[in-house]
Design a protein around this ligand. Sequence first.
Ligand SMILES: Nc1ncnc2c1ncn2[C@@H]1O[C@H](COP(=O)(O)OP(=O)(O)OP(=O)(O)O)[C@@H](O)[C@H]1O
Length: 278
Amino acid sequence: MAPAQPGPAPLARRAEIEIEVRDVTIAFERDGGQFVPAVDRVSFDVRRGEFICLLGPSGCGKSTILNSVAGFEHPFAGEVRVAGRDVTGPGPDRGVVFQQPCLFPWKSVRANVAHGPRMAGKSRAEAGAIADTLIEMIGLTRFASALPHTLSGGMQQRVAIARAMANKPNILLMDEPFGALDAQTRSIMQESLLQLWSQVGATILFVTHDIDEAVLLADRVLVMSAGPGRIIRDVTVDLPRPRSLDTTLNARFQELRKECLDLIRQQSIKAFEGTPHV
Ligand SMILES: Nc1ncnc2c1ncn2[C@@H]1O[C@H](COP(=O)(O)OP(=O)(O)OP(=O)(O)O)[C@@H](O)[C@H]1O
C-alpha cells in the first residue's frame, strides 16, 4: 500500500471546512467473501462554498466517496465529517443529484420541487413559493405544471437539481449529473449550474470523468488513481469567475486540462492493464 496522505488542515483553516474526509478506506465483499478496497485511505477537505470535482478513471471509487459523504456508504476505516460532525446517514443538509433525474413521474415539475419542503413540514403555500423561486432560477417557469416525461433529459435534470436545492442544503453532492446528456445540452447545463451556484452559494462535490467539465466547473480538481482509488493530485483551478464555455479557449484552461489529462491517461492505462497504482 502507498504511504498515508497528508494530515488534517491547520487550525486556522479548519473553522471554514465543511467536509472532511480523513484516511477513508471503503471495501466491498467480492465473490468468495473476500473484502476488496474500492478506495484506499482517501483524505481531503472541502471548504464552505467551494466547488470540488472528483475526477478519475472508471471504477476508481469516485461514487463510493461521494456516497460516504451522502451517508449511503460507511467507511471501513477512517472518518467522514460534515460541518464538524461524523456522518452517520443521509440528511437534509446534503442534497444529492444522480446521473438519472429520478423524478416522481406522476407529479408536476412544481410538485416535484416542492416535495422536499412539504416533507420537512412547510405548508403547501410555503413549499410552492420555494419551488417557484427555484424553477425560475433554472429557467423552467413555463413548464411548472408539466409532467417529467414531457420534458427533455436536460430539463428533467434541471428539475432534479432544483429539487435537491429545495431544502436549502449546505452541500450539493452531484454524481455525474450530466453524464447521460448530449454534448450541447451538457455544456448549457454546466453554465446554468455555475450560475445557480453563484446565486445559492452551496458547497459542491461533483463527480465526473470528463476532464473539461472538471476544469471548467471546479475551484479544485481532486484527481484519483485507478482502483483502489486514492487522491494523487489536488489541482487548484486558478481561472477567473464567472466562467462560461469561452473559458475553455483560455490558455490557462488548456494547461490545467493537459495536467489532468496526463494524470488520467496514466491511471487509465494502469486500470486497463490491471497493474496496481504507485
Ligand atoms: N455496493 C457495491 N458492492 C460491491 N462493489 C461495489 C459496490 N459499489 C461499488 N463497488 C465497486 O467499487 C469500485 C468503485 O466503484 P465506484 O462506482 O465508486 O467507481 P467510480 O469511479 O464512480 O466508477 P464510474 O466512473 O464507472 O461510475 C468498483 O470496482 C465497483 O465495482
